[in-house]
Design a protein around this ligand. Structure first.
Ligand SMILES: CC(C)(COP(=O)(O)OP(=O)(O)OC[C@H]1O[C@@H](n2cnc3c(N)ncnc32)[C@H](O)[C@@H]1OP(=O)(O)O)[C@@H](O)C(=O)NCCC(=O)NCCS
Length: 198
């Protein structure tokens, strides 16, 4: 069993509503040795748009098309609504040493449908790849998903050709489950169970 005390700290906004998981975890910032993960905010739009408009980052995401700034802003608003409703969604990843927004990562339902299992995911600006940041963020989100949300298992899915994302899944100790269709596409699926060894 993993412990939230190990390696990751959680901070949340205090709220008068504290009855449900959503109100307990909504607005949770995760902190690791090198990173701070903050729930998506409109102030992050410029940094998130740098990734959404970069074909190299978007190659394996959705249909591979890039997004203009207004679509990034609309996505942030949808994600803020999910944070309020569910108590988890997407975080912007900040590098603590520079204060720069360098990526994004998520805990969300597959295909954004509440009845589907929870998945974790990540993307980094090209200059911030190759430093272990996606794995570090993914580990913090797994701890949050098991420790705070009460998930029993978490999935990760990607295009079979997305070798770098598959390697993140393997480094996180996830197990290959097979090939399935998600988001209308063929994906490799990796899974991690709640008794994830630390
Ligand atoms: C998927 C993606 C996030 C993976 O990024 P990444 O940089 O390869 O993964 P990590 O951040 O975990 O970094 C791991 C690499 O950093 C290296 N590294 C360097 N310094 C390190 C350190 N201090 N600690 C850990 N790893 C370090 C590791 O050796 C590893 O390199 P390797 O794979 O060549 O051995 C990135 O390729 C990406 O953003 N792709 C575009 C978006 C995308 O496709 N997202 C996934 C959709 S499913």
């Amino acid at each position: 069993m993993i412990s939230l005390a190990q390696g990751t700290t959680c901070h949340r906004r205090e709220s008068a509503r504290d009855m449900t998981t959503a109100s307990r975890t909504s607005g949770t910032t995760l902190e690791t040795a090198r990173l701070r993960l903050e729930p998506f905010a409109l102030a992050h739009a410029g940094a998130l748009s740098l990734m959404d408009s970069d074909p190299a980052v978007m190659r394996f995401i959705g249909d591979g098309s890039t997004k203009p700034l207004d679509e990034t802003i609309a996505a942030i608003k949808r994600i803020q609504d999910r944070w309020e409703r569910l108590g988890y969604s997407w975080w912007t990843i900040f590098e603590k040493s520079s204060g720069t927004a360098i990526g994004a990562a998520c805990l969300q339902h597959l295909e954004n449908m509440d009845e589907k299992p929870l998945e974790i995911g990540w993307r980094l600006r090209p200059a911030s790849q190759g430093k272990g940041y996606a794995t570090e963020a993914g580990r913090a989100i797994i701890e949050f998903g098991f420790g705070k949300i009460g998930a029993n298992s978490l999935l990760a899915v990607t295009n079979p050709e997305n070798v770098r994302s598959r390697k993140v899944m393997e480094r996180l100790g996830m197990t290959f489950r097979g090939t399935e269709t998600h988001y209308g596409q063929t994906c490799v699926v990796f899974v991690i169970e709640r008794d994830w060894p630390t």
